[in-house]
Design a protein around this ligand. Structure first.
Ligand SMILES: Cc1cc2nc3c(=O)[nH]c(=O)nc-3n(C[C@H](O)[C@H](O)[C@H](O)COP(=O)(O)O)c2cc1C
Length: 258
């Protein structure tokens, strides 16, 4: 059955999952939620996948917005993969409820643990640990493919009860502040004005004015700008200059720019 997978990704983990899943499913197109143009792209697929990262224990705002234009008219089976750094919490339950309110049925939802890209809290885990996570993720993707092929209709995966209670509250409190959390970004002297951060930003939130980069308070916190800067010149607060950058090793800048 033909499948369309829509992904949202800051540092490539979600895109990599989408690509591996697409290869294993066959007959699958992988489409960015950010660049997708409803008018130019008619979706005929009867199977639709949503793949995205967990942000602050919930669904990224950009993904929630995308649900309003989800081309699900022909869809018989909708599945989701929320990838995260170990705390999926209530994300897929939130997605399920949001979709129900819009008259959409989420048939199944899975969590996959990937390396964290949340640089404000520290640099990436070691390469050895990253490879362990990728290996486990490949196994989980193979399992998900079997489930999708059998049209599994299951309760979505979720974190332990304590995580869901505490972190759902934190999501509600913190999520509205995300767009303005870009006040801590700055460019250091290594910035060579290549403009890649401006091109990568899914919200067109970065501009250069008077030779200075400015973030305009419509931030998604995807961290693509800081993680992909070829010079490592972008910083968030005072600690990030000491941390290495992360993006999925198989995903290249051009994959996210295209
Ligand atoms: C703003 C932000 C918030 C995050 N919050 C969580 C979280 O609540 N739980 C978690 O396990 N990982 C969290 N992460 C880590 C990402 O979900 C994880 O690294 C994901 O694989 C990144 O996917 P991407 O490369 O497709 O952007 C967060 C990352 C960002 C940027």
């Amino acid at each position: 059955m033909r499948t369309t997978i829509f992904y949202f990704s800051g540092t490539g983990n979600s895109l990599w999952i989408a690509q591996v899943l697409a290869r294993e499913l066959g007959e699958t197109e992988v489409v960015s939620m950010v660049n997708w143009n409803k008018k130019q792209h008619i979706v005929e697929s009867r199977r639709i996948g949503l793949i995205f990262p967990v942000y602050m224990w919930g669904v990224p705002r950009r993904v929630l917005e995308f649900l309003d234009q989800l081309p699900a008219k022909n869809a018989e089976y909708i599945f989701a993969v929320a990838n995260n750094a170990g705390q999926v919490a209530n994300t897929l339950v939130q997605l399920d409820k949001t979709m129900q309110a819009k008259g959409l049925l989420l048939s199944s939802g899975w969590s996959i643990v990937m390396p964290s890209n949340y640089i404000p809290w520290g640099g990436p885990v070691s390469l050895g640990k990253q490879n362990e996570l990728f290996k486990a993720a490949r196994l989980k993707i193979s399992y998900i493919v079997q489930e999708i092929n059998q049209r599994a209709e299951k309760q979505v995966e979720k974190g332990p009860l304590w995580q869901r209670i505490i972190f759902s509250g934190l999501y509600k409190i913190s999520s509205p502040h995300i767009p303005k959390m870009d006040g801590k970004f700055w460019a250091d002297e290594k910035c060579n004005k290549c403009g890649i951060c401006i091109q990568l930003c899914p919200n067109n939130n970065i501009s250069r004015q008077d030779d200075k980069l400015t973030w305009h308070n419509h931030c998604e916190q995807c961290l693509a700008c800081i993680q992909w800067c070829p010079q490592g010149a972008l910083q968030y607060g005072r600690k990030t200059s000491a941390y290495s950058r992360y993006h999925h090793p198989d995903i290249k800048l051009k994959d996210l720019l295209s």
